[in-house]
Design a protein around this ligand. Structure first.
Ligand code: AMP
Ligand code: GLY
Length: 425
């Protein structure tokens, strides 16, 4: 099989790495890929934009691509799956209608309410004045969300009424363009977040290992929100009892509600949950794709061949698959970021020590990297590398990830030294 993976993050490098472990896959093409996918044996990059549907389709059709896997939400929300399927290609990722579950938070909230999925109390507004009146009546803290896709920046957890009103103003003044034509205002929940990624063929839905991500840039989970500074799996907070409830109250209800709307959803359904101190939970959001960096800790733990699961979803025979098999133990990943991220940061810094990190036992997934003219790996984004460790337990997995990252250097490199603190205690 020849497989094409769309995207350029650590998630896509991890997908390519996992798929290339299969004897059935002899070639992998990453669009546009990064420095890691450019240098991995068996993998090559194709320099096309993720929204160049015609270019991707032409390449895939002319090069006998048997399977296309879509990493990011933006092309899914733009309908890449529908487009490529119309050209006769096999695609993993929901169609445009299904991707609304991530692309419109108001749509997702309505679906959750209809389905009886536990979620935070909320209201939707298309104008500032009634939105502000609602904030006044509810009080702070309160959460303000731009409805559409905003590259992870559309949510403000407002501690005060003034912050909430400022967020409303900014959204309706066009801070996020058309993604902010409506806002969802939501009750502020407290607790621990957990990511439940599930595979579905539209009828059957099966969770992958639960993962936890560290969203804040600073140690002890302080400072600004980021795309994620580290992650680990399986998250112990997601007990078997909790996972059983998530299966019936979240995953199955959501798939049934999608079916009731006539939506044939095949791909990943990712539920972001908040688990309250008393162990109850609410869904914060749905994503229509693999999580980043969760994928970088889930896939190294997976024993069942990934392509078998993906094909079972596309061909709607997930029910007939044996239970998903996992390695014993744990995985953890630490993100090496460019100094300044999630604000301004420099690019083009030469990265050294990658081979030594692998020799120390870690697996290095590249995120914001590329090859420069001299074929050196250089930084090309805020989150640069995901240095991943595996072990019998979290101590070992984290020790391996940190032993790896200590070998790596680039100018202004930054990483958190406390990833996994909750599971080390
Ligand atoms: P979302 O894109 O909806 O997951 O929001 C991004 C982040 O904002 C989440 O991962 C949470 O950290 C935070 N968040 C979203 N909704 C809430 C809420 N209702 N209460 C508290 N924090 C929230
Ligand atoms: N790690 C959060 C996300 O993928 O949305």
């Amino acid at each position: 099989m020849k497989v094409l993976v769309i995207g350029n993050g650590g998630r896509e490098h991890a997908l390519a790495w996992k798929l290339l472990q299969s004897k059935k896959i002899n070639k992998l093409v990453c669009v546009p890929g990064n420095g890691g996918t450019a240098t991995m044996p068996g993998c090559e990059n194709l320099p096309l934009a993720v929204d160049d549907f015609a270019g991707i389709s032409e390449y895939a059709v002319n090069n006998d691509i048997s399977l296309v896997i879509v990493g990011p939400e933006v092309p899914l929300a733009q309908g890449i799956t529908d487009y490529l399927q119309n050209q006769g290609l096999m695609v993993f990722g929901p169609n445009k209608e299904g991707a609304q579950i991530e692309a419109s938070k108001a749509w997702a909230k309505a679906l959750m309410t209809e389905a009886g999925v536990p979620t935070a109390k909320s209201a939707v507004f298309t104008e500032a004045a009634p939105a502000k009146a609602y904030i006044q009546s509810e009080g702070a803290p309160i959460v303000i969300k731009a409805d559409g896709l905003a590259a992870g920046k559309g949510v403000t957890v407002a501690e005060t009424i003034a912050q909430a009103e400022a967020a409303i103003e900014a959204i309706f003044q066009g801070q996020f363009g058309s993604a902010g034509s409506s806002v969802v205002i939501e009750e502020c929940l407290v607790g621990q977040e957990v990511s439940i990624l599930a595979l579905t063929d539209g009828l059957t839905i099966r969770p992958l290992l639960p993962a936890q991500d560290h969203k804040r840039v600073g140690e002890s989970d302080t400072g600004e929100n980021t795309g994620g500074m580290g992650a680990y799996a399986p998250a112990p907070i997601a007990t078997p009892q909790l996972m059983a409830r998530v299966q019936t109250e979240v995953l199955e209800r959501t798939i049934h509600a999608l079916q009731a709307r006539g939506i044939d959803y095949r791909g990943i359904l990712y539920a972001g949950l908040m688990i309250s101190p008393d162990g109850d939970f609410r869904v914060l959001e749905f994503n229509c794709r693999f999580g980043d960096p969760e994928t970088q800790v889930i896939l190294p733990m997976l024993e069942t061949p990934l392509e078998d699961l993906i094909l079972a979803c596309i061909e709607q025979r997930l029910e007939d698959m044996p239970p998903i098999a996992w390695k014993q133990g744990a995985a953890a990943t630490v993100v090496a970021a460019s100094g300044g991220y999630p604000g301004e940061y420099a690019k083009g810094k030469v990265i050294t020590g990658l081979a030594a990190a692998e020799t120390a036992g870690a697996t290095v997934f590249h995120a914001g990297t590329k090859l420069n003219a001299a074929q050196e790996v250089v930084t090309d984004g805020g989150r640069v590398l995901n240095v991943t460790g595996l072990g019998e337990n979290f101590q070992e997995a984290l020790a391996q990830a940190y032993a790896g990252i200590e070998n790596i250097q680039f100018a202004q490199m930054y990483y958190r030294r406390d990833i996994g603190y909750r599971v080390l205690g």
